[in-house]
Design a protein around this ligand. Structure first.
Ligand code: PLP
Length: 430
């Protein structure tokens, strides 16, 4: 029996799976198979007609991925999920599922650079316009909305600024206008549940904290089941008019017997079927292992990050430490409103010595890894001005929150004494 618990510590171990129906195995088996035999021609016809749900072909669904999907959906408080090959695929699917050529959507300027490229350039080639607005002013989302706007998109805890997105405020504006808010919750799993604040869709790059050990690339899309697509028929023709790619199915009607899952079923049986970016069963197994200890790990990640923030704030070589725990005013209010279980483990600081000091600091780290990643069990560091943001002008860098001396840390699970010692000796060398 799966759990009814609402506690994340229990959900990640028990939701959606008790034991393997074929073997009674307690660990989730890796169903490394492309296809699943049909019991009869009637069974096959029912599966294709969505009259019955079941396994057909692993591009569209797989039992190992299914357990991960059920667990992440339960953790986020959603109704169903779709595992994908990467976080990037999840971001694309999230928008493309309801937006086609000629439509637009509004995104926060504070998003991961890879997502920015996808939205500003690749989606433009598909005829989909992304309108970027500053999340410091939630009303900017309303101002950018018109009759062809299909969704809002943002990240819960975007780096480098680490200013928590005003989820509740923007979701409220969206619900007034009939626009769903899609939240990338990659940096704050367990810490924030965007559905509790009015978001309609959540996604993760599972590559980061959910995997937790830096072994696998993956993404997941979660449907909150809380948005009335039918009420806003004119805004969502892709869910409310016959779909020629699926013998004229109207998704809000065809999925009614299954619950409020029109969005996520359509993403699976049309986009995933056609584009083909599934998560591999092996990677789903790795993410299930990561998920089992996620709440425990997030607690230690957050405790370590607070200790680092406090410690660095005392260092005379540092001009500013950026972490939600140290923020004041509106930024702190938003952090406290949305992050109920910790301020996260991403942290930035600005060295008074500028770019030169930033490079020296990174080159002198002994334990921290110098990588362009976040959310690993190990502590990670990067100097954005000379790496991830080096193609931007100084002015553009400043707009994104990157100053020449800015260093980004992703605080890991090592003993706090060892983390502080490595930071101190690298700072001494700057
Ligand atoms: N979203 C965020 C917040 C990220 O940091 C990343 C990757 O760094 C992605 C999405 C993309 O995920 P992936 O690398 O799994 O495609």
């Amino acid at each position: 029996m799966a759990t009814n618990s609402k506690h994340p510590e229990t959900v990640v171990l028990h939701a959606g799976y008790r034991s393997d129906p074929a073997t009674n195995a307690v660990a989730v088996p890796i169903y490394q198979t492309t296809s699943f035999q049909f019991n009869s021609t009637q069974h096959a016809a029912n599966l294709f007609a969505l009259a019955e749900l079941g396994n057909i072909y692993s591009r569209i669904g797989n039992p190992t991925c299914d357990v991960l999907e059920q667990r992440v959906a339960a953790l986020e408080g959603g109704v169903a999920a779709l595992a994908l090959g990467s976080g990037q695929a999840a971001s694309l699917f999230a928008v493309q599922n309801i937006c086609h050529a000629g439509d637009n959507f509004v995104a926060s300027t504070d998003i991961y650079g890879g997502t920015w490229n996808l939205f500003a350039n690749t989606m433009k080639t598909m005829g989909i316009e992304c309108r970027f607005v500053d999340p410091a002013d939630p009303e900017a989302f309303r101002r950018a909305t018109d009759a062809r706007t299909r969704c809002y998109y943002a990240e819960t805890l975007p780096n480098p600024k680490l200013a928590v997105f005003p989820i509740a405020q923007v979701a409220k504006i969206g619900r007034e206008l009939g626009i769903p808010l899609i939240m990338d919750n990659t940096a704050a799993p367990v810490l924030c549940r965007p559905f509790d604040h009015g978001a309609a869709i959540v996604l993760h790059s599972t590559t980061k904290y959910i995997g937790g050990h830096g072994t696998s690339i993956g993404g997941i899309l979660v449907d909150g089941g809380n948005f009335d697509w039918e009420k806003h028929k004119d805004r969502f023709p892709m869910l409310n008019t016959p779909d020629p790619s699926y013998h004229g199915a109207v998704w809000t009607q065809a999925t009614k017997p299954m619950g409020p899952v029109a969005y996520i079923i359509k993403a699976r049986v049309t986009l995933l079927r056609d584009v083909g970016a599934p998560m591999s069963p092996f990677n789903a197994f790795m993410f299930i292992q990561g998920l089992e200890t996620l709440p425990l790990r997030m607690r230690v990640h957050c405790d370590n990050a607070i200790a680092v923030a406090k410690h660095l704030a005392k260092n005379p070589k540092i001009a500013k430490v950026i972490h939600p725990s140290l923020m004041t005013g509106e930024a702190k209010k938003r952090a406290d409103q949305h992050l109920s279980r910790g301020y996260g483990a991403l942290l930035g600081f600005e060295l008074k010595g500028g770019a030169d000091a930033g490079r020296k600091f990174i080159d002198n780290l002994k334990m921290f890894y110098h990588v362009a990643n976040i959310g690993d069990a190990r502590s990670l560091a990067i100097h954005p001005a000379s790496t991830t943001h080096s193609q931007l002008s100084a002015e553009e860098q400043a707009q994104t929150g990157v100053t020449p001396g800015y260093v980004r840390l992703s605080i890991g699970l090592e003993h706090i004494d060892d983390i502080l010692a490595d930071l101190d000796q690298a700072l001494a060398a700057t």
